[in-house]
Design a protein. Structure first.
Length: 242
C-alpha cells in the first residue's frame, strides 16, 4: 500500500509538472504567433491569439494545431482604393499546420465575424459622387444607422433649386458579389418631387467592397446590428504567415 501511495503521488506530481510545462509552452507560442501576425499583416496593435486544445505539446510534435482563435481590433481593410476600419475582427482557424522551422503556417479553413461601425461604413459610401437625379436636383446619402430588426436606416438629402428634402429609407443588407450591398425596401417619399425609381435607387442603394482581410478570408454573410454591420467571414486553404 505504501508503495502504491508513493507511485500515485509521483504520477500526480509528474502530471502537474507536465500541465505547467504545457501551459508555459502554449503561452510562449501564442505570444510569438501574435508578434508574427502583427508583422506579416502590418497591424498597429498586437492581436490576441488563443491556441485551443490540450495538450499543446503533443500537437506541436504532430506538426499541426486543431484550432487557433485570432482577435484583431481596429483592422484597416481595403474598400476600393481606400481603407475602411473594421472595429472587431475575430476568426477561428481550423487545422493549422506549420513547417519544421515554424516560419510559415497554413489553415485548412476559417470562420469568424467582422464588425464595421455605421460611421465608418458611411465614410466609405460618401466617397461616391453626389448623384444628379434630375435637372437641377442632386441627392446623396448623409447617414447610416440601425433601422431595427435586420434593417439599416439610410438618410438621404435631396437638393432642388427651391427646397431641400431629408427622406429616410429602410434597407436590407446582404453580401452580393463579395461586397456589402444595401437595397431600399421602399423609395423615399419626396412630396411633389417625382423622381424615377432608377435614379433615386442609384443613391439609396449601394455596394461596398471589403477587401484585404487577413490570410485571404472572404465575406460570407452580413446583418445589421445596433452598433454597425456584422459580417460573417470564411475561407479555406489559407496562408497565415510566411
Amino acid at each position: 500500500m505504501r508503495a502504491l501511495r508513493i507511485l500515485l503521488i509521483f504520477v500526480v506530481i509528474v502530471g502537474g509538472l507536465f500541465v505547467i510545462a504545457d501551459r508555459v509552452a502554449v503561452n510562449f507560442a501564442e505570444g510569438k504567433a501574435a508578434d508574427k501576425l502583427r508583422t506579416s499583416e502590418g497591424l498597429a496593435q498586437t492581436p490576441d491569439v488563443n491556441i485551443k486544445g490540450f495538450p499543446f505539446l503533443t500537437q506541436v510534435v504532430g506538426g499541426s494545431l486543431d484550432d487557433v482563435e485570432i482577435g484583431i481590433q481596429d483592422y484597416d481593410a481595403k474598400s476600393g482604393g481606400d481603407s475602411i476600419r473594421i472595429a472587431d475582427l475575430n476568426a477561428e482557424m481550423h487545422g493549422v499546420k506549420f513547417n519544421s522551422s515554424y516560419s510559415s503556417a497554413t489553415a485548412d479553413s476559417a470562420t469568424g465575424t467582422a464588425r464595421i461601425s455605421y460611421d465608418e461604413l458611411l465614410k466609405a459610401v460618401k466617397k461616391q459622387d453626389v448623384a444628379q437625379v434630375a435637372p437641377g436636383v442632386t441627392a446623396e446619402i448623409v447617414g447610416l444607422s440601425y433601422g431595427g430588426g435586420d434593417k439599416v436606416k439610410v438618410a438621404v438629402t435631396v437638393k432642388t433649386p427651391v427646397l431641400t428634402l431629408h427622406p429616410t429609407v429602410l434597407s436590407a443588407v446582404k453580401v452580393t458579389d463579395g461586397k456589402v450591398s444595401a437595397r431600399a425596401d421602399n423609395l423615399p417619399k419626396t412630396g411633389a418631387l417625382d423622381l424615377a425609381e432608377g435614379r433615386i435607387r442609384a443613391v439609396t442603394d449601394f455596394q461596398q467592397a471589403i477587401d484585404n482581410l487577413p490570410a485571404g478570408i472572404k465575406l460570407d454573410k452580413v446583418q445589421a446590428v445596433k452598433d454597425g454591420v456584422e459580417i460573417t467571414v470564411k475561407g479555406s486553404n489559407l496562408d497565415l504567415v510566411g
